[in-house]
Design a binder for this molecule. Structure first.
Ligand code: ASP
Length: 416
């Protein structure tokens, strides 16, 4: 088994803390010269963050490809893949529906938008979201190199499954060529660990960049909306996932959350479920003991279509904007929001702020004022970080449940 560097979590936390402190000092103290500030911002924080994110992204496609191909090509029971797919998709859709319902419930009880008026200007141009038609079509690439170059996860997953099947069927003719993929997969796992060992520095730069750009005053606008959103995200991350894990498995919740710490921190600092895929995959496979056949499918698909945190934001934002504009949503409209948020979270890209783009689709549906998106964007940075952590925790919880139901989880490794 490939070893992870020692004290990684505490070093990442230290990096985060230092990024926070150094970023705040530079942002709030006024005795640094403009040129020094600019230099540090560009050449330390921005450059460091961009390099780190690039290194993570560099691994996503080959990692998913090799691990999925080697998993599928060694499957002896093809029925199992069908079961895994069905369970994964149903769990992803149900947890997202629970997430947005929770958000709508709390939003309509505590009314974040009642009596709220803002002086924030609307954005010049409204972002455009991707429709469900394009999302479905994107699963079937016409050019796999192009799909890989654009990190289109569903297309890569689809192609890897096809390729894995073909490899599986031809192994007797190719002198067990699938073993080569198994070995390449091990090499890429090692590469992930090498990149992760730079995480303390990467996280330092990412957090520092965030603070130095936006400061720490996250509650400047829409205080109640921000607070309620954070509460619902926490309830979902802690309560909902605990309940479903307990309902479907007998795994220790404490161990699950303890081992998920690094993944959550990565998602928090990168604001991207996609960039976090290498870390999520590594943790789910090597630490939580989920078999590669399950994790290599469930994690990349989850990063793309399962966004509970994003759905929570979209639910709360819809309620907030409706209340602000004095519009009463009917029960039927609430149900429509649930369905729309589930569907749009599938079409939301796993990159920073993507959720606010697909929010436009929901607002349009109900004739809500699109200009209000300006308020949502103004407070979105930190909320994006938090909801991305929830998104990836959901992916890992579902991976454990699916693996457990198929007897494809190594419980000794999980408990270690
Ligand atoms: N940043 C989120 C993610 O990557 C998507 C979003 O909600 O904006 O999971």
């Amino acid at each position: 088994m490939i070893e992870t560097p020692k004290n990684l979590t505490s070093n990442i936390l230290l990096g985060m803390f230092l990024g926070f402190v150094v970023g705040s000092l530079l942002y709030y103290l006024s005795f640094f010269s403009e040129s020094f500030l600019n230099f540090t911002k560009v050449y330390v924080f921005n450059l460091g963050s961009a390099i780190f994110i690039n290194l993570l992204k560099l691994l996503i496609v080959p990692l998913v490809f090799f691990s999925l191909v080697s998993g599928i090509s060694s499957l002896t029971n093809m029925q199992s893949l069908g079961n895994i797919t069905l369970k994964t998709i149903s769990l992803y859709l149900s947890t997202t529906a629970i997430a947005v319902s929770l958000s709508l419930l709390i939003g309509s009880v505590f009314k974040p938008g009642a009596g709220y008026s803002s002086n924030i200007a609307p954005p010049d141009q409204l972002p455009k979201g991707q429709g469900i038609y394009e999302t479905i079509l994107d699963i079937f690439p016409s050019n796999i190199i192009e799909a890989m170059a654009q990190n289109q996860m569903l297309a890569v997953v689809f192609f890897s499954i096809l390729f894995g099947f073909a490899l599986n069927k031809t192994n007797h003719l190719t002198n067990n060529f699938s073993e080569a993929f198994e070995k390449l997969n091990t090499v890429f796992m090692q590469l992930v660990i090498m990149v992760i060992s730079f995480a303390p520095i990467g996280v330092f730069c990412l957090i520092g960049k965030f603070v130095i750009t936006d400061g720490l005053d996250i509650f400047q606008e829409a205080f109640k909306y921000v607070l309620l959103l954070i509460i619902v995200l926490l309830i979902h991350a802690i309560f909902t996932y605990s309940v479903i894990l307990k309902l479907f498995t007998n795994l220790s919740l404490l161990t699950f959350y303890r081992k998920m710490k690094d993944v959550a921190i990565f998602a928090f600092s990168t604001s991207s479920s996609a960039a976090t895929i290498p870390v999520t995959l590594k943790t789910v496979q090597n630490d939580l003991g989920v078999n590669k056949n399950v994790s290599s499918f469930v994690i990349p698909v989850g990063a793309t279509i399962n966004m509970d945190g994003t759905a929570i934001m979209q639910g709360m934002a819809t309620v907030f904007i409706a209340q602000m504009s004095g519009i009463d949503l009917t029960l039927f409209q609430y149900i429509q929001v649930v369905i729309l948020a589930v569907v749009t979270s599938i079409g939301t890209a796993a990159v920073p702020s993507a959720g606010t783009i697909t929010l436009v689709i929901i607002l349009q549906q109900f004739g809500l004022p699109l200009e209000a998106i300006g308020i949502i964007l103004a407070v979105d940075r930190i909320l994006d970080m938090l909801r991305t952590s929830v998104n990836v925790t959901g992916d890992a919880a579902v991976a454990c449940i699916v693996a457990n139901s198929e007897n494809l989880i190594d419980k000794n490794l999980f408990d270690k």
